[in-house]
Write a protein that binds this ligand. Structure first.
Ligand code: XMP
Length: 310
């Protein structure tokens, strides 16, 4: 791929589509939406408003991190705190696809309001090829797929969607991000799914359960960073296992550690994590999250498993 040519072409396309109109960019802090936002900013400058939704399902201190990195690049980010709305639509839902669809609806509702308020008509988002292939193929409902499965965003939410990266795979997006001057620690970041930690909580997504998986994810990311896996995280199961706490029986939570190697997220192999690192992660998770009594490492490739658990 000729990255420079790709950027030039997309910048021109965005300019042509928007004219002097305004647009909103949906930024999550992942590689895809970050590359997309910088690209759109290059094309539109002040005509672009960049919005980060705090849905309560992101990694620890993510809003501060994202605002800082973008401010360093001269791009202002507006943070919308919508975490209560997201937890309220997820309340009581246990089915994976129901959770995904509830997340998607709320996500676009919040952006729909922001688009209307700022008199924009377009939402620019970082959908990539794998997202579309998997949703169309019926693997799962990716949060950012609408038009490809017949949902009219204009009728449903009041804006048109622009997806400059929709033909690229992850490694190509990283090249684009690098060429756009995005800092290395951002463009090399592990992928993080749009519905965030909701994909890593099996069963009902409550603030308390998300808090546990957020902490466990932070521990996994810290301890596994030296291996530079494609993606690594923790999952909270909706089941319990017996443990011992202060000499007494504790029927507690079970956390799965997942780490995979992949190029495009379409297939993946489990990372061969050294025993020492796994033991350290297990010790830290059970110590730092006292409700957890068991930690297991998952060894299934994709396929047959997917990378995320829902
Ligand atoms: P799966 O679980 O399908 O994940 O093997 C493949 C890659 O996609 C990410 N993923 C998502 N990304 N919205 C996203 O933006 C989503 O709804 C979503 N679901 C999964 C996942 O983290 C992995 O990198």
């Amino acid at each position: 791929m000729d990255t420079k040519k790709f950027i030039e072409q997309k910048v021109n396309e965005i300019k042509d589509t928007l004219g002097d109109g305004k647009a909103i960019s949906a930024l999550s802090g992942g590689v895809d939406s970050s590359a997309c936002t910088v690209l759109a900013h290059k094309a539109l400058g002040e005509q672009l408003k960049v919005i980060y939704i705090d849905d309560g399902l992101m990694r620890k201190d993510e809003d501060k991190y994202v605002s800082q990195v973008f401010s360093d690049m001269g791009i202002e980010v507006s943070v919308i705190d919508a975490h209560k709305d997201f937890f309220s639509v997820l309340k009581g839902k246990k089915d994976p696809e129901e959770k995904r669809k509830a997340f998607r609806n709320k996500f676009y509702e919040v952006f729909g309001e922001a688009v209307i308020q700022s008199e924009a008509k377009h939402l620019i988002q970082g959908t990539i090829a794998a997202d579309i292939i998997e949703t169309q193929g019926g693997v799962k409902t990716q949060h950012n797929i609408l038009e490809q499965i017949g949902i009219d965003s204009e009728k449903g939410y009041g804006f048109k969607v622009i997806e400059p990266l929709k033909d690229l795979f992850k490694h190509q997006v990283r090249e684009v991000a690098k060429a756009l001057g995005i800092p290395k620690d951002l463009y090399q970041r592990m992928p993080f799914p749009g519905p965030g930690l909701a994909t890593r909580v099996i069963g009902e997504v409550t603030q308390e359960r998300v808090q546990k998986v957020r902490k466990a994810t932070q521990i996994v990311e810290q301890e596994i960073a030296v291996l530079k896996p494609f993606q690594a995280f923790a999952v909270l199961l909706n089941d319990k296992g017996t443990g011992i706490d202060d000499g007494k029986r504790n029927f507690g939570d079970i956390v799965i550690i997942r780490s995979v190697e992949s190029q495009d997220a379409m297939t993946a192999e489990p990372t061969q994590v050294p025993w020492k690192i796994l033991k350290k992660i297990s010790q830290r998770i059970t110590r730092e999250i006292p409700s957890v009594t068991r930690v297991a490492y998952e060894v299934t490739p994709k396929p047959p498993a997917t990378i995320e658990y829902i």
